[in-house]
Design a protein around this ligand. Structure first.
Ligand SMILES: Cc1cc2nc3c(=O)[nH]c(=O)nc-3n(C[C@H](O)[C@H](O)[C@H](O)COP(=O)(O)OP(=O)(O)OC[C@H]3O[C@@H](n4cnc5c(N)ncnc54)[C@H](O)[C@@H]3O)c2cc1C
Length: 420
């Protein structure tokens, strides 16, 4: 076993918790600081709960800028961008546009594949060790398409996935219904099935994860806000918090959408935007598909979670705020009967929308690894739509780096200084 160190993990979302878990498992002393209490719902809780090796294409891909511009002016679209004179946002947008090219996808897809597949295995392991359970299901994912155009586009992604060794196949409407097997009616032109995908119930996982890190001896300091840093000799020496200073050997930045702001005072550039998404949970749905599905044209994710059924979607780049835009929630509700004709707006009566802020980097790839300027400060943030999927592997990679081991997945594209 490597030398035991003291690490402070900053942020108690799914990324911070998995980093704490793997660091503690390696025998390190771990302190985790989170400005909210344990009852606070982090971004993972309301997520679709997908573990998605199917998502090998990063958010920044060819066509995204054009699609974003087109959707921007349509209130029923899955994407909303609030124009604003914010220099960080404008710079982020320029970097995003530059990343939307085929070369970026070709470089990133194998890395995302490796990360997703490794993380899926870690979820299976974590679930096997966990007495409580969190409804981990290895049922796959259906990408439901209503138009031939969307199906054609998805079929191209099947080719890319298959080239990368990720199994995927195009299904006609009858095969789609057979694979799902629930009897839920679907109005689709066809679908793509990814058998490798899995899903879980995040409202069960997160309390288990909090309990597991506490059992492992992690000192979790709830209601403790990170306010600044103390540096010494090219290293971070301590974090300054609302409860005083905490000195340590190493620090993990897992502050989600707030991560970029948190390191500004260190002179570090970590571009990050919050990508707001909404979800709606039906506690007792009249019907439920067996397999999670994405409504491709509407970008809405559907997840059966135990007896409940969750619908989630939209990507709203409007800064960090807690405004719920009714038109965006309506976009989800109105899309459901288009794909599942047995459902109607009545199914959502009285259901409160939830929102979460996905931490989005300009190239759609996470930031994992040490900063060059402060080699004992490790980034574990910016996972956008894959934060649940990639949390375990990120935690393990951070533990490998802290322990001086060779990272089990190549980290070159994930360097936190790549936009500096
Ligand atoms: C609708 C929706 C559906 C999604 N579905 C999926 C899915 O199916 N699969 C998937 O893989 N991903 C999904 N995601 C994405 C995933 O939920 C996120 O990427 C992930 O939860 C981000 O986790 P995080 O720990 O980085 O951030 P967060 O959960 O935001 O945690 C960051 C924490 O840092 C804390 N913090 C910030 N500043 C400070 C400070 N100064 N001091 C102390 N603490 C601080 C915050 O309070 C917060 O608790 C979805 C997201 C949304 C919105």
């Amino acid at each position: 076993m490597a030398e035991s160190k003291h690490l402070v993990v900053c942020g108690g979302g799914i990324l911070g918790l998995y980093c704490a878990h793997y660091l503690a498992r390696d025998g390190h002393r771990v302190t985790l600081i989170e400005r909210h209490g344990p009852e606070h719902t982090t971004c993972a809780e309301g997520s679709a709960g997908y573990i998605s090796p199917s998502h090998v294409v990063p958010l920044a891909a060819p066509g995204m800028v054009w699609m974003g511009l087109k959707w921007m002016f349509n209130p029923r679209s899955p994407f909303y961008l609030k124009p604003r004179l914010d220099l960080d946002f404008i710079r982020w947008g320029v970097r995003f546009a530059r990343s939307c090219n085929a070369a970026h996808v070709a470089r990133s897809a194998p890395v995302l594949r490796d990360l997703c597949l490794a993380s899926r295995e870690l979820f299976v392991e974590f679930s096997a060790e966990d007495a409580g359970g969190f409804e981990l299901e290895r049922a796959g994912l259906l990408m439901l398409c209503q138009t031939e155009e969307a199906l054609g586009h998805e079929a191209e992604l099947v080719r890319l996935a298959n080239e990368l060794g990720v199994e995927a196949k195009v299904l006609d409407p009858r095969q789609t219904a057979e694979v799902d097997g629930s009897g839920v009616q679907m109005r689709v032109a066809g679908s793509v099935f990814f058998p490798i995908d899995a899903h879980l119930t995040p409202t069960l996982l997160m309390p288990r994860l909090r309990a597991r890190v506490a059992e492992a001896g992690v000192d979790v300091k709830w209601n403790t806000e990170l306010r600044g840093w103390r540096t010494f000799g090219g290293r971070v020496a301590a974090v300054q918090t609302s409860a005083g200073e905490i000195a340590a050997d190493g620090f993990v930045l897992a502050g989600g959408s707030w991560s970029g702001e948190l390191v500004k005072s260190l002179g570090l550039t970590l571009p990050m935007q919050a990508g707001k998404g909404y979800s709606l949970m039906l506690p007792a749905p009249r019907r439920s598909p067996r397999i999670p599905a994405i409504f491709v044209e509407k970008r809405i994710a559907v997840t059966p979670m135990g007896r409940t059924l969750r619908f989630g979607g939209t990507m709203e780049l409007s800064g960090i705020n807690d405004t719920i835009r009714p038109e965006r929630v309506r976009q989800i509700v109105e899309s459901v009967p288009e794909y599942y004709p047995e459902f109607g707006p009545d199914d959502f009566a009285g259901v409160q929308p939830w929102f979460g802020l996905r931490p989005v980097s300009p190239d759609g790839m996470p930031y994992i690894g040490p900063f060059a300027k402060f080699p004992n400060l490790y980034a574990a943030c910016g996972h956008a739509m894959l934060g649940v999927t990639l949390a375990p592997i990120t935690g393990r990679l951070v533990a490998e780096l802290v322990g001086g081991r060779r990272p089990s997945v190549a980290l070159d594209l994930l360097h936190p200084d790549r936009f500096a």
